[in-house]
Design a protein around this ligand. Structure first.
Ligand SMILES: C[S@@+](CC[C@H](N)C(=O)[O-])C[C@H]1O[C@@H](n2cnc3c(N)ncnc32)[C@H](O)[C@@H]1O
Length: 334
């Protein structure tokens, strides 16, 4: 039996009011923006988002301090490499600073600042722009092949909720992003396009003077992202560790997320002067960067079921976060 819908009535009313003002339909990206980031009532902005065991979903940060410890080592090396006194780590979507605390416990000399949704962007940055599960939380456009052509799936109001309605593509960048895909073979295929991720990257490229952009998230390269068997797209909702595909329930109290098309992020970065210097599975990245730490834990806790050994397993094992998550390092070109 489906769980009862626990949408926030004030947020539902605010979305319905916007739909009425907009002439009856809004893009899915705008719906997702309101559901997650409405200034007072959104899932993230209202404080409803709970991450970790007692929340809605896990992230590598909520697994424990190991992720932060390994990143601290990585940033130390990048700081030495850049040789800049003003090397700062700019963590986008760092919430209450859990990861920063984990990293600074290991490397207190690092200057680590957090920028959350809706906060002003720094004018200039030197060092490393970092995010973990930021891009998957940015609003996406939904599209579907109907009658042999790409149509956008908008959101409309129904008597007791919301539904999708197809219409023309709302942004020429969607047309460009979809142009290469073989629609003739894909009637009914639906997917998501994350233009906001590219907008965010553009802002980073403009403001980063020297250094890197390090992005962790779950996703694929293009061929896999748009593979024929992914015909229902990548949108997922999380509520109390239950994953499902209906964004029109639990509005304001559930996460809405979509996998990242890393090819789009890499190509966009290249055009903006951010060269992709490393792209691999999270497990590989953490094994490379944290080899000494991991070896020490495994040797120390051999034969024991310790918290840190479990964290290694969660973060690195291909069946957990090791393979589904990717690490992308882009470097600002002089
Ligand atoms: C899925 S959560 C990940 C939180 C944390 N990084 C972790 O790994 O546990 C996504 C976070 O990104 C934040 N966010 C969304 N859009 C943002 C933006 N444009 N700038 C900065 N943070 C943003 C959200 O508010 C939220 O805290």
């Amino acid at each position: 039996m489906p769980a009862p819908d626990s949408s926030r009535p004030e947020l539902v009313a605010a979305i319905r009011a916007e739909l009425a003002r907009a002439g009856g339909r809004i893009t899915f990206a705008r719906f997702m923006e309101l559901a997650l980031y409405h200034p007072q009532l959104g899932y993230y902005t209202s404080g409803a988002a709970r991450i970790g065991r007692c929340g809605d979903f896990f992230t590598s940060v909520s697994v424990g301090p190991l992720f932060g410890k390994i990143l601290a080592q990585f940033f130390r090396k990048r700081r030495a490499e850049l040789g800049a006194d003003d090397f700062t780590i700019w963590e986008f979507g760092g919430r209450g600073g859990e990861l920063r605390a984990d990293a600074l416990a290991a490397a207190p000399e690092l200057d680590w600042r957090i920028v959350e949704a809706g906060e002003p962007l720094p004018d200039e940055m030197t060092g490393c722009v970092f995010s973990n599960e930021l891009l998957d939380a940015l609003p996406v456009h939904r599209v579907q092949v109907q009658g042999g052509a790409w149509r956008e799936l908008y959101v409309v109001a129904t008597a007791d909720g919301f539904a999708e309605a197809a219409g023309p593509l709302s942004d020429p960048r969607l047309t460009a992003a979809l142009a290469e895909l073989p629609v003739a073979q894909m009637e009914g295929y639906r997917t998501e396009i994350n233009l906001r991720a590219l907008d965010w990257l553009e802002q980073m490229a403009k403001r980063l003077r020297r250094g890197w952009v390090l992005t962790f998230d779950y996703g694929f390269e293009r061929a896999d992202y748009f593979a024929p068997h992914r015909r229902d797209g990548h949108l997922q909702c999380y509520h109390r560790h239950q994953r499902h595909g209906d964004p029109f329930v639990n509005i304001g109290v559930q996460d809405i997320t979509a996998h990242v098309d890393f090819s789009a992020v890499i190509e966009c970065g290249r055009a903006l002067g951010l060269a992709p210097v490393h792209f691999c599975e999270q497990g590989k990245f953490l094994l490379e960067e944290g080899a000494d730490l991991i070896r020490a834990i495994v040797e120390r806790d051999a034969g024991k079921n310790s918290v840190e050994r479990n964290a290694i397993h969660q973060l690195i094992h291909p069946a957990h976060m090791g393979r589904a998550f990717q690490a992308l390092l882009q470097q600002k070109q002089p």
